[in-house]
Write a protein of this length. Sequence first.
Length: 234
Amino acid sequence: MSKIQERLDTAPSGVSQQVRVARPVAPPRVSARRRRPGVIALSLALIAAGGAGVAVLLLQVGHRTEVVTVVRDVQVGQVRSEDDLGRASVALDPAVRAVRADDLQSVVGKRAAVELKSGSLLAPSQVTRDSLVKSGEQLVPVGLEPKEIPATALVPGQKLQLVHVPAQGTTEAGKPADAAVRTIDARVVKASGAAPGTGVVVVDVATSATDGPTAAAWEAEGALRLVLAAPDGS
């Protein structure tokens, strides 16, 4: 008989019973979960889609284009100088047309076809070489006293009417005193700032070639006034 058996036989009954009961404990059986191919395929598809989206975003962020920007406001018809323009590097959508920075010199010296605001990108369609005085038109300078200057700013391209206002108590030769007011359609080409001391503003207006001499004669008489057209130009 082995020594271990002797010890068990001689040990107290309570102790020997506990020793006999103690046995190695088997680990719990864990059943393998069934793998669902559909779920796995969906997970892989989502991971692939997310990776593709991140890749596209990184490409868009990384691909930047040097473009021309407007750094200060430019009125319609105003000739732009290089000081009016700047450069910026942007992630440009293919649908957005903008003047590339390499072409900056090609737009310097051109006129603004529309009003340009500081901070905006410059599009090719926003510039033109055409003058606001078109073929068949004449340019007439009109001097306005401070009380005759509209509170609304005069901007190039704005439509207006030149109104003949004879001095009070006078009439044109051969015309009755109650004759209809005479007007001439015109368009603002440029407006100067107020002259120091007098406050006079000179406005260059474009009229038809047939109306130009008449408008100049009204201006010489001091009998010409400006009436602005509606904001929509009608």
